[in-house]
Design a protein around this ligand. Structure first.
Ligand code: M6P
Ligand code: ZN
Length: 186
């Protein structure tokens, strides 16, 4: 029998206690994600392959739900802000919730038929990601972006098309402001 438990989440660091697993994504592992690969390679070589984001999860065998944190570092690659890979769920009937704890981000969403929506990720904003909307989080601030996510364990990740050509829009820095523009690669 699964037993209830309170899990302590640090909204500034993303620490989850207790956690059941974690991973980090460094810039070199996200080569397909950013447009300016020469700049990415330069950053990997000269800046020690920076961490872009860390995911920490709390997942109990036999449960329908799991949750955790994603902590995104601040930075950009040739003006394109640090972002997650972005994905649809394999299960098209399952959505997700992102509850921002600290920092400033953009949650970029795209429906299966190509509609784009943006939800600003600010502390206290709980974003509803409906089933079958692709989602990518982007840190547009100068500090860590920390959010709690809650999802069905069966949702799964479908990275396919998004890794190949990206989403229809990209979020770039223009004189310190975040601007959403068409993806030239799409
Ligand atoms: C959130 C959740 C995870 C996801 C992670 C990183 O934490 O949606 O399921 O894995 O972001 O996003 P991605 O896998 O798209 O890089
Ligand atoms: Zn998801």
């Amino acid at each position: 029998m699964l037993l209830p438990e309170g899990v302590l989440i640090n909204g500034l660091t993303g620490e989850v206690s207790p956690d059941t697993g974690k991973y980090t994504k460094r810039l070199s592992e996200l080569r397909e994600v950013f447009q300016d690969r020469a700049e990415l390679d330069r950053m990997v070589a000269t800046e020690g392959d920076p961490v872009v984001y860390e995911v920490i999860e709390y997942k109990k065998e036999g449960s329908d739900l799991f949750f955790g944190t994603t902590t995104m570092e601040a930075g950009n690659v040739g003006g394109e802000y640090f972002m997650t890979r972005g994905h649809f769920h394999q299960r098209r009937d399952m959505g997700e919730v992102y509850y921002t704890q600290s920092g400033h981000g953009v949650l970029l969403l795209e429906s299966r038929d190509g509609e784009t929506r943006v939800v600003r990720m600010e502390p206290g904003v709980c974003a509803f990601i409906p089933p079958d909307w692709a989602h990518r989080s982007i840190n547009v601030g100068t500090e860590k972006l920390v959010f709690v996510w809650v999802c069905n364990v069966e949702a799964g990740h479908d990275y396919g098309d998004i890794l190949k050509r990206g989403m229809r829009k990209v979020v770039v820095d223009r004189d310190g402001a975040d601007v959403i523009v068409d993806n030239p690669r799409y």
